[in-house]
Design a protein around this ligand. Sequence first.
Ligand code: FER
Length: 265
Amino acid sequence: MHFTYSQTPFNYAPKGFDSIQENIPHGKIDSIQYFSKTVGNKRKALIYTPPGYSKKNKYPVLYLLHGIGGDEKEWLKHGKPQVILDNLYAENKAEPMIAVLPNGRAMKDDRAIGNVFDSIKVKAFATFEKDLLNDLIPYIESHFPVISNRETRALAGLSMGGRQSLNFGLANLDTFAWIGGFSSAPNTKSPEVLVPDPDAVKDKLKLLWISCGDMDRLMLFSQRTHEYLEKYNIPHIYYVEPDGKHDFKVWKNDLYHFSQLLFKP
Ligand code: FER
């Protein structure tokens, strides 16, 4: 891995990065349903295919995860990943990829209703590790033209989804080589548990991205991860957003920068 920055080399994304442009090619959003052996029923996800998408090509895949109060539509409603990616493609700034927006609350009723902090619902975010690895990824890889190996899979998410990305990604480096935790939640494993063997991860990671807004009360959980990674010389990007809160202004910018790094040699 060639990213070794421990402090931000980035500025906030340029004006208009998240505005729809009519005169450029657009990708497409579809809704899919896959059977989850983990949960025992069909589950929904959204999928963004890039402009010029063709079954004759093969694509890498970004799995992009939502927060504790969201569902598979959260990124689409508030983060506009399709607009951000369309705009990057128009400038040739990102590798063509498929983005999958799953529902990370792996339980029968996975809607974001009632008390989203309820322990049964929070537990379902941990159960999603099995759903992702054993149900969703196999579905995507058997229904879409994707390249199936660790170097063509990325896992990133915001807050609760950042916690999932770090916890699942770092425990499954045979499945994911590109990992991003945006404003990761308090139940992110402690760094010693996330990365018990620093040397074992160095060769496997293509990108490990840790970011948070400096005004976010969850900042500590990203900071402690960064400090541990730095101490053990594990290459990563640590991006602290000035005046950044716990919101989509931060996460859209994270996606803007993170996605440009993905799947590049
Ligand atoms: C918590 C605070 C925040 C927590 C989760 C979150 C499970 C997640 C926030 C989000 O996803 O936006 O104490 O514990």
